[in-house]
Ligand binder design. Structure first.
Ligand SMILES: Nc1ncnc2c1ncn2[C@@H]1O[C@H](COP(=O)(O)OP(=O)(O)OP(=O)(O)O)[C@@H](O)[C@H]1O
Ligand SMILES: [Mg+2]
Length: 370
């Protein structure tokens, strides 16, 4: 595995090098080999995070390869595009989420409005500045990404979403440089007059040692701290907001935590939120009269928003596949309470009691918005 990975990285490096030099044939050959090796790695890798990294890289190289091949068809002398193209893979259209689509989490919404929306609308009302760094911590699947997207949509911000584990990957080169160019790009957008929201997912992987990385963790982390500090001085406060998200806040160290003055706990949905989620996610399904949302909300204590939306999907699938299997001709039957109960039994809550306890301890110590 290691050897395979080393080979793939080497091919990729060569490919990029030739590509930059405009040596198309050599670049194409090396991209091809790198992709082959990556595909092999993808088949053998079990770790989902690492797999994702490989997949993303393979996709990127493929696109580049195709572009190169296409270009060589249309003209033989086009020069290689500048590095700019590579940088902006970070800017994404935020999913079209509005505040109201995010169920519950009122405290978190309020904190976001206070630290991003109001300062962005009227910076002159904030002579003392505002928190630059916001940390979302909490169990997976409870709305962290949704909230960041909602904030970005609200102020029509440029939305840059990065996976920390991706930044740390040697596939993209040296991690501290990746971070520097991320912020450089953000500043460029900001100078053009747009607010920028940077969402750094899985930020804990910046501070923890990952077996598969080359060991740039400390440098990457320090670069991020430096960039965060740089957002503060120079008289003028740019409208760049950094949101970091983590499911394992206890892995973060003190200097890091200090940079994120606003630390917002994104908890599991409570009874009322679960009730609203069931209503929301079944609004387009045909339900029997016996479906009792209150009861469902009670049965799903400890489940995340993602779990609940998955339950609703599964229930839909259940009656639809039953319909097809029976060779039905009209339409699927209505969904009953029993269908829900069966599915709830099968879909286990994705958050364990142990990590919940750890989370609460951390929240008590460091949380700044409840
Ligand atoms: N508060 C919520 N309101 C409505 N839907 C929710 C909520 N929380 C989670 N969901 C559902 O779960 C999905 C995942 O949510 P989201 O991506 O925001 O979670 P996350 O906290 O970022 O998770 P992760 O830590 O895994 O990145 C959403 O697309 C949505 O379907
Ligand atoms: Mg997320």
């Amino acid at each position: 595995m290691r050897e395979l990975e080393r080979l793939a990285a080497e091919r990729a490096r060569e490919a990029v090098k030739y590509d930059k030099l405009g040596m198309k044939e050599e670049a194409v050959a090396n991209y091809r080999e790198a992709i082959q090796l990556l595909l092999k790695l993808i088949r053998f890798t079990e770790d989902p995070v690492v797999k994702k990294v490989y997949e993303e890289k393979a996709k990127q190289y493929k696109e580049r390869l195709e572009a190169l091949l296409e270009k060589s068809l249309e003209s033989s002398y086009t020069s290689v595009k500048s590095g700019k193209e590579h940088e902006s893979y970070l800017v994404v259209d935020p999913p079209p989420i509005k505040w109201d689509d995010v169920i519950g989490l009122e405290e978190a919404k309020k904190a976001l409005k206070e630290s991003i929306i109001y300062p962005s609308l009227r910076p002159e009302f904030f002579p003392l500045g505002w928190p630059r760094g916001i940390l979302f911590f909490g169990p997976p699947g409870c709305g962290k990404t949704m909230l960041a997207a909602a904030a970005a949509n609200e102020i029509d911000a440029v939305f840059m979403q990065v996976d920390a584990s991706m930044i740390m990957s040697k596939w993209l080169g040296e991690s501290e440089k990746n971070i520097a160019s991320l912020f450089e790009e953000a500043r460029r957008y900001e100078r053009e007059g747009k607010p920028v929201i940077i969402l750094i997912d899985e930020v804990d992987s910046l501070t923890t040692f990952r077996e598969n990385e080359v060991g740039g963790e400390a440098r990457a982390r320090n670069q991020l701290l430096k960039e965060m500090d740089g957002l503060q001085d120079k008289g003028r406060t740019p409208r760049i907001y950094v949101i970091a998200a983590t499911n394992k806040p206890w892995l973060l160290d003190e200097p890091f935590i200090r940079r994120f003055q606003k630390r917002i706990y994104i908890p599991l949905p409570d009874y009322h939120a679960r009730l609203s989620m069931f209503k929301h996610y079944t609004r387009r399904l045909e339900l029997d009269d016996d479906v009792d949302f209150g009861e469902l909300a009670k049965l799903t204590e400890g489940y995340s928003g993602a779990d609940i939306s998955q339950i609703c999907m599964e229930v839909q699938l259940k009656v639809v596949s039953e319909f097809f299997e029976k060779g039905g001709t009209d339409k699927p039957r209505k969904i009953s309470m029993n269908d829900f109960i069966e599915v709830v039994k099968k879909v286990k809550p994705s958050v364990s009691g142990e990590s919940f306890k750890k989370m609460m301890e951390w929240a008590r110590k460091y949380g700044s918005a409840f």
